[in-house]
Design a protein around this ligand. Sequence first.
Ligand SMILES: [Zn+2]
Length: 257
Amino acid sequence: MEELLSIYSLIFGLLIGSFLNVVIYRLPLKKDLTFTRSMCSNCGNTLKWYHNIPIFSFLFLRGKCGFCKSRISWRYPLVELMTGLISFWLFPNTLSAEMLGLYFFYFAIACVFICHFFIDLDHHLLLDHLNIYLLILILPYSFIHFHWSYWLAGGAFGFFIPLLVTWLFYKLRGQVGLGGGDIKLFGILGFLLGPTGIFFTIFLSCLLGAIVGITLIFFNKLTKDRPMAFGPSILAIASFQIFLSEYAFKLQTWFFN
Ligand SMILES: [Zn+2]
């Protein structure tokens, strides 16, 4: 029974992953998310149902549009596979209402993170839509599970430290360092991660961002008019802290001692 449910959780994840691809593509373009059928971005043909099966369609079409044969990005099956595996991995071994609730909570966070990640890569935007959705998930959870001083301090730290750094950077260099979306994301994550955790997120994501930035400059992938998206670094570090909290906590205690 439980094994069967795990398989279902994988299939459920794959299907949600397919929907996340639609969100990643349409949300920044302000297109309708539900009622229009998917079409090829090259030839504009409406996809058949069998063009829309997660992973399998990509393999069976050999990564090409069923009509015009233009290449389909490998990112579509990657997002589907990632979402499927995360759902499978998060699904509880023992079933109870509480465990299922936690599964949906963490899976929903993972889904927002995936959309944020790829939209920021493509458009350099952490959309308010997704930040608000994240806030709606995190705030009630933190309200129930943590002492008010924990989430309130976390949120304040997460919002005001990056804001202060950005303001100082602007005063000193006349450049805007972090985007508004980055600052809001830090603030929302602060509610969940608490003051120490969010301090750690800010520190580590700046470190990771710097490493990625230097690597990209080294390989000539970064120019003045094509700066780096910082969101993916924040999301990678926050994922580490939220989904591998045991290891993140070990690193954190090691760091602060
Ligand atoms: Zn096509």
